[in-house]
Design a protein around this ligand. Sequence first.
Ligand SMILES: CC(C)(COP(=O)(O)OP(=O)(O)OC[C@H]1O[C@@H](n2cnc3c(N)ncnc32)[C@H](O)[C@@H]1OP(=O)(O)O)[C@@H](O)C(=O)NCCC(=O)NCCS
Length: 332
Amino acid sequence: MALTPYPSPTLWERGEGTTAMVVVFKDAALPPDYAALTYPGYRELLEMESPPCGPIFGVGYSLFGQPIGLALAAGNVQSAEQQAPAQLLSLLVLEEFRNHGIGSTLLTRLQAELRQAGYDTVTCIYPLHKPSTPTLERLLARQGWQAPQPRLLICRIQGQAVERMLLAPWMHPPPLPTAFTIFPWHNATATELEHLEATLATEPPFDPTLSPFFKPKSYETCNSLGLRYHGNIIGWMLTRRLAPGLICYERLFVMPPFQRTGRAIALLAEAIRRHYDREGDLPLPNRGGVWLTQATNLPMARFIRRRMAPYLTSLTETMEAVCQLLPVRSEE
Ligand SMILES: CC(C)(COP(=O)(O)OP(=O)(O)OC[C@H]1O[C@@H](n2cnc3c(N)ncnc32)[C@H](O)[C@@H]1OP(=O)(O)O)[C@@H](O)C(=O)NCCC(=O)NCCS
């Protein structure tokens, strides 16, 4: 069946028709029927007068007065020294109206609006294994976006799956040699932490966000662990509690000389065990964990795909794409 393009929205903009229409929202609240065309997490941003992420830009598409598509971006707060990129938050066209050029129209217009507002870069983070990801990637490529790069692996485990994972072979590594000791992170002394901070200032982890001192959080005490080698801290697994029973395993790192020797996995396995020992009384469905790993952390990404994936409730891989916005051509 041949697909017929919907009436071009530019007709409406020229006042020649009223069936299809592109609406641009800047500094204005989006009507609720448009807000329904983005993720629930972003809907409350749309009601705020000055959202913390910076100004919101929306481009909507309606047909016979009915909203059927929305592209949404956050402008980000610009600083005097550095121009922060805008972020494409979501792009959605109702399923029955896809493959008629509406997504492309929305993105083209949104990019033009962002450029007009002074942004020269826009980025987009999206999940890899969704049915419309290939369509989105072709659409981005046609609009001049650079090739997307892998960004994060987001692992979730919940309920019965936890019980199975506790039996996995990697959850039972051989005992560490006696020079190594695992200790609760909150027992690290002030002197040890000062020494570690000074060491990391000269030899930072390849991913600085893995440092305990990067935007320090209040780490969960039941299973945030450190690893000492002959009394010096050489590794850590730092976690945060998200909800009763639910812990986020955030920063796993061992110093380079000790990498690839199974030390990190021993720390991870011990943290998981302590978490579930402590919370054994909670109902099974309430117990779970979330792991975030940068896709550039190749050894950990490989471990997750090979060893953890069979036990996980879900594994989401995200991609990041970037587009340099071309200057707007001045009207002749
Ligand atoms: C991604 C998404 C927004 C694309 O919207 P869309 O309106 O279908 O996009 P377009 O119509 O512009 O492009 C889609 C395809 O239709 C084709 N097309 C466009 N107009 C056409 C026409 N008149 N006749 C035939 N084909 C047409 C395009 O060439 C494109 O083909 P390709 O994928 O083979 O390259 C839509 O699939 C969607 O809402 N997905 C769910 C949400 C999502 O995943 N969003 C992205 C993450 S935020």
